[in-house]
Ligand binder design. Structure first.
Ligand code: KG4
Ligand code: ZN
Length: 337
């Protein structure tokens, strides 16, 4: 069974063709950061137009790379939310139209479900598993019990972790998205700053990053103009703080869940090699394996949406042709379907 998946909920248009035997036959991705560059962020209206302009071409390119045609596709899926609504509408309408015309199933996929199930595309990973989902919009511990079955264990009370990376980057004059640039700068820096670790002196499984962000801002303001050395040291110290926060919260989560064999990491921030290695160092002595997909499946991509469509189909979940694109859509609402 082959699914064509479309991801268009933020600044990338991504299309992929994936089969149930976990083969990614082809994928095409186009970032719209260039058209947004003059504005220093992602402008929804400009990005929506870019999705609309490029989606058809990316689908054609994907099919041609896979040497296949629409007639050979067994189902279509698209991110139906949460995300920037203009892009989401574009992807959903295209996938619905293709599914209707070709009389094939359609699944409007929750973007977080895409991230949550992506590790099952790259790894042999049975349900249930403990997931730490760290992206630009979300930071959550989840118990993934099955397709469409998610228990929320902890979430952020304010900023998402990716958002904290991006905002700290902006304070240092880095372009969006700053996560990968901070990771690179940190490699040559030293731990010269001590930043706040919100909630870490408390029990519980929630995150908070706004206090950390404000503390970085205060210390940057005290420095005045930043030298290249300052930037490297801030990046290094910030990443160390993030590591400490993730490990502190994981410790509390493990007290709640009891023993687990694996901790699964997904979402854009899971692309961070330093954080992966530090989590491995923490988990290995506790006999817990870190499972994280390859970087291309961590940041937004079409393959995870195609795969989530396939997983929904195989699990016998209802098709949702009548679904309306949603800017907000908590993952746990899927439990009600
Ligand atoms: O999952 P994703 O591609 O989109 C959302 O669903 O939000 O995540 C994007 C986020 C951005 O905030 C970006 O800065 C962050 O992931 N990110 C990273 C790295 N690569 C991407 N953060 C830290 N280190 C990285 N290497
Ligand atoms: Zn994402």
């Amino acid at each position: 069974m082959k699914f064509l998946g479309i991801e268009s909920s933020c600044d990338d248009t991504a299309v992929a063709l994936v089969s149930s035997d976990k083969v990614i036959h082809a994928e095409s991705r186009l970032s719209h950061l260039k058209v947004n560059e003059p504005y220093g962020g992602v402008v929804p209206e400009i990005t929506a137009r870019a999705h609309l302009k490029h989606l058809k071409g990316l689908i054609e390119k994907t099919l041609s790379h896979a040497n296949t045609s629409l007639e050979d596709i067994d189902g279509f899926s698209a991110t139906a939310g949460p995300g920037l609504i203009g892009g989401v509408i574009t992807g959903v309408q295209m996938a619905k139209a293709l599914a209707l015309y070709h009389k094939k199933p359609f699944f409007g996929v929750n973007h977080l479900e895409g991230h949550a199930l992506a590790p099952r595309l790259s790894h042999d990973l049975p349900f249930p598993y403990l997931l730490l989902l760290v992206s630009g919009g979300h930071t959550q511990f989840l118990n993934v019990k099955g397709v469409g079955q998610y228990d929320l264990i902890g979430t952020t009370r304010d900023d998402a972790l990716g958002e904290a990376f991006d905002k700290v980057g902006k304070m240092m004059g880095l372009p969006y998205p700053a996560g990968p640039l901070i990771e690179k700068l940190a490699q040559d820096g030293h731990p010269t700053f001590e930043f706040a670790k919100p909630l870490c002196n408390q029990k519980g499984t929630d995150f908070s990053f706004s206090g950390l962000k404000s503390d970085v801002l205060r210390k940057i303001a005290a420095l005045g103009t930043l030298s290249e050395e300052d930037k490297k040291n801030i990046a290094h110290s910030f990443q160390n703080t993030v590591r400490d926060v993730l490990i502190n919260r994981t410790t509390h989560v493990l007290k709640k869940t009891g023993p687990v064999k694996q901790l699964v990491l997904s979402g854009g921030v899971a692309a961070n090699q330093f954080l992966r290695e530090e989590l491995v160092n923490f988990l290995t002595p506790r006999n817990i394996e870190l499972v994280a997909p390859p970087i291309s499946l961590c940041t937004d991509n079409g393959a995870m949406i195609a795969w989530a469509g396939l997983e929904n189909k195989r699990a016998g979940r209802p098709e949702n042709l009548s679904i309306n694109p949603r800017p907000r859509w908590p993952l746990t609402e899927l439990n009600l379907i």
